[in-house]
Design a binder for this molecule. Structure first.
Ligand code: PEP
Ligand code: MN
Length: 347
């Protein structure tokens, strides 16, 4: 970190700051200019207290961090993208994967029909919300535990790993045998106690970007997971809140490219929640590939018009199958292969 002192600081003031730097466990290297003095404080910030506290000293103007605040998940710490094994597939290995399924598990019939259709169309993971974090308390909150039995059956039938959202710590135990990837939703992207507990479960995590999270806040949320022993984290850009009303959220393509550049974790894009519009999903899916994404998460429902949640953004199985076909040349152009899964024998 660099500690910038106020102009014309006295020798006594400089010494005092140097002593504080030493007390916090860093080695001070002082550079005296004509007007201003700066102190370079050398030490590992992951194990020592932050020097930002020095900003409270009257002679200190600013403390500037040099290292990234997220450390374990940065490319600085690990140059190669983390490869995450999930059942029969690997995420982040240059193979493009698609998670597909309904917003919410509504019934056995609806989930199994969707699972069969998306598996046949080329999805390599299944999604389905059992516990739904709805903005309104009057909206469908998910089937809960009974949805987990249905997801287990869908997994057994298709061989596809299951991605499902966990909204509270106490559900982890209930979900752990069925779910292959715990999804942390946008609304919980800053629920740090939930992040810590989910990290300790040892399961891979799909971490959505918060509704109003900066890229740094998103990566720091991932850092919570890594710091608590779980590096199997997939970032997921799902659009952010802006003044735009024409789309549900605003897809932030630069955040995808930036996360790929700065962070060693695989990055997925969820065009369903990013746009909220079926007619924009194909274009944003292609944009995601071009921005460097490792995969997509797409909502699919056999009858979107009667879905219990997010009806305006769910693709029909036919639309999903067309989408998969339409992105294939883009995936190839990006130097990746489409993920495939060995299909289980159907019963
Ligand atoms: C979802 O995936 O259904 C969901 C609620 O997503 P988000 O947290 O991104 O809103
Ligand atoms: Mn949804």
């Amino acid at each position: 970190m660099i500690v910038v002192l106020k102009s014309h600081s006295s020798d006594r003031e400089i010494k005092k700051v140097e002593n504080h730097v030493r007390k916090l466990g860093y080695q001070p290297h002082t550079i005296r200019g004509v007007v201003r003095t700066v102190i370079a404080a050398v030490g590992d910030e992951t194990v020592k207290r932050s020097l930002e506290i020095l900003e409270s000293l009257p002679s200190v103007e600013r403390v500037i961090p040099i290292q990234k605040r997220y450390k374990l998940v940065s490319r600085e710490a690990q140059e190669k993208t983390t490869v995450i094994p999930v059942g029969p597939i690997e995420i982040g290995s240059g193979v493009f994967h698609i998670i597909a399924g309904p917003c919410s598990v509504e019934s056995r019939e609806q989930m199994l029909a969707t699972a069969d259709a998306v598996a046949a169309a080329g999805a390599t993971m299944l999604r389905g919300g059992a516990f739904k974090p709805r903005t309104s308390p009057y909206d469908f909150q998910g089937l809960g535990a009974s949805a987990l039995h249905i997801l287990a059956e869908a997994k057994e039938r298709t061989g596809l790993p299951i991605v499902s959202e966990v909204i509270r710590e106490t559900d982890i135990e209930l979900m752990i045998d069925v779910v292959d990837i715990f999804q942390i939703g946008a609304r919980n992207a800053m629920n740090y106690s939930l992040l810590e507990e989910v990290a300790r479960s040892g399961k891979p995590v799909l971490l959505k970007r918060g509704l109003a999270s900066t890229v740094e806040e998103w990566l720091l949320a991932a850092e919570y997971l890594a710091k608590n022993g779980n590096h199997n984290v997939i970032l997921c850009e799902r659009g952010i809140r802006t003044y735009e009303q024409a789309t549900r959220n605003t897809f932030d393509a630069s955040a995808v490219a930036l996360a790929k550049l700065e962070c060693n974790l695989p990055v997925f894009v969820d065009p369903s929640h990013a746009t909220g519009r079926v007619d924009l999903i194909p274009a944003i899916s292609k944009a995601a590939v071009a921005a460097g994404a490792d995969g997509l998460m797409i909502e699919v429902h056999p009858h979107p018009e009667s879905a219990y949640s997010d009806s305006s953004q769910q693709l029909t199985p036919r639309e999903f199958s067309d989408l998969v076909r339409s992105i294939q040349p883009f995936v190839k152009a990006a130097g990746m292969k489409m993920g495939v899964i060995q299909r289980h024998k159907r019963r």
